[in-house]
Design a protein around this ligand. Structure first.
Ligand code: SAM
Length: 460
């Protein structure tokens, strides 16, 4: 599908022309084509969806779609079976897998995480013993991030809402820090015409300064020998190559080169100081403009002191939740005022350290709260990978009823026996209803509700 040709600002073409063999005409032509649509599957929530579609070459779980469906009308999307993500940025999976190697139990920070594309990818690529701290400084965006991570369903995540400088309190704590930096956005011109209208060299310069500030603020939290992954969706040298050189000059950061397969066509670029990064140009790859680099910290760094604690595991409370079989290596702790969450026992110390130093929105997976005679389940546990295919009282809905549930409307399914029931669609959890015997109350959080009208014919 072709779109109107667009005028690419000359300074961008000037920057790109420094790349060997850059074909300006082909690049401008590609900018006139429609952006690719792609999704990334959740490996812990298997579905039969997208089985026949082409895979993204550098990400096993990535799929290209021939046309863009209305994702809002697919209950599997709301269940976290997949995430709609631009294909180039899925290269983070390859970078993380390479940097991680055989290591397990890592502490990983995604600093600029909303709406959650990189965080859901990291959760899938890291092992269960690793802890992902997903941070977003803007409060409204942090709630979208929280929602998307809840859908994804992993328990080894913490969502925080902090300024990058707050992380300097966690000196030398993280093994990997991902900075998917706010940038001038030229790589997304095909998807976002506003980015084109707002583009200016002044803004590129401002973005470059802000990127340096963010990086300088967060780097103390990276341990010596740890890895910084820096990414933008900008083509500008000021935001890509120059930032790498600045990291080399100011902090002695060294490049980690990522091995590329012969049939991938992103570019490996080398900066003036000999640091490496990877550029994705539409027309050369199936995806949008993207830049990513991995760098090793060489500077000596102190280490934050762990907090002393006694486990607050509320084992006895689990008897109130007979339908939830808590894995042996998990603890149930009061991570919020009234709500209990479960998480890896190995992450309990990290939770208290984070609580002391950061503003947390959520830690682990909320299981709910004890009431007089029952357990009120949290929405999160319905979407948890640990609640999948388990003998939880549940109600299977077809697509129409599932969408009506997601709209918080009445739906046709027969009312089950009294009590709590997990709503499922094709085996995937969507939320909770409480049956009163003659009717059901829908416990989907109000702000999760689909607002879109349902079409007469529901087609995926
Ligand atoms: N990583 C996200 C993903 O894959 O879905 C996209 C991140 S987006 C490119 C950059 C994020 O940085 C935005 O969510 C934005 O709110 C946040 N941001 C803006 N200004 C910031 C600042 N000064 N410090 C840290 N983050 C900032």
């Amino acid at each position: 599908m072709s779109q109107q040709p667009i005028h690419i600002p000359q300074p961008i073409l000037d920057d790109l022309s420094k790349l060997p063999g850059f074909d300006s005409e082909a690049f401008v032509l590609a900018q006139g084509a429609a952006a690719e649509t792609s999704v990334r599957l959740n490996p812990r929530k298997p579905t039969a969806l997208f089985g026949q579609t082409a895979s993204v070459p550098w990400c096993n779980a990535g799929r290209y779609l021939e046309k863009r469906p209305v994702f809002t009308l697919d209950p599997a999307y709301h269940a976290g079976a997949y995430y709609v993500q631009e294909a180039s940025s899925m290269f983070l999976a390859e970078v993380t897998a390479f940097v991680r190697g055989e290591q397990t139990g890592l502490r990983v920070l995604d600093l600029c995480a909303a709406p959650g594309g990189k965080s859901t990818l990291l959760a899938s690529v890291l092992d269960n013993d690793s802890l992902l701290v997903s941070n977003e400084v803007i409060r409204t965006r942090a709630s979208i991030l929280e929602e998307n991570l809840t859908r994804w369903g992993y328990a080894n995540t913490i969502v925080s809402c902090n300024d990058p400088r707050d992380f300097s309190r966690l000196e030398g704590y993280f093994d990997i820090i991902v900075v998917d930096a706010p940038c001038s956005g030229s790589g997304l011109f095909r998807k976002d015409r506003d980015a084109l209208e707002q583009w200016s060299t002044d803004n590129v310069a401002l973005c470059g300064q802000r990127q340096e500030r963010i990086l300088a603020d967060v780097l103390p939290a990276l341990k010596t020998g740890g890895c910084l992954v820096y990414a933008t969706c900008s083509y500008s040298i000021r935001e890509d190559e120059q930032i790498l050189d600045w990291l080399g000059a100011e902090f002695g950061m060294e490049s980690i080169r990522i091995p590329l397969h012969n049939d991938w066509s992103m570019r490996e670029i080398a900066t003036g100081r000999g640091l490496y990064g990877y550029k994705f140009l539409p027309g050369e790859i199936r995806g949008e403009g993207f830049f990513i680099a991995a760098l090793r910290k060489t500077e000596a760094t102190g280490t934050v002191k762990q907090v002393k604690f006694k486990s607050a595991h509320e084992k006895a409370l689990l008897q109130k939740v007979p339908w939830f079989s808590c894995p042996e290596d998990m603890v149930l702790v009061k991570a919020e005022t009234d709500t209990y969450s479960f998480m890896k026992a190995a992450h309990e110390a990290d939770l208290y350290l984070m609580q002391k130093n950061l503003y947390l929105r959520k830690a682990g997976t909320r299981l709910g709260q004890p009431a007089h005679k029952e357990w009120i389940p949290a929405h999160d546990v319905a979407l948890s990978i640990y609640a999948l295919n388990k003998e939880i009282p549940h109600l299977d809905l077809d697509i129409e009823d599932a969408l009506r549930f997601l709209k918080k409307e009445d739906f046709g399914a027969a009312v089950p026996d009294k009590g709590w029931h997990q709503i499922r669609y094709e085996g995937l959890g969507l939320g909770w209803v409480k049956s009163l015997g003659n009717r059901m109350n829908n416990y989907l959080p109000k702000h999760w509700r689909i607002r879109m009208e349902l079409p007469d014919e529901l087609v995926r």
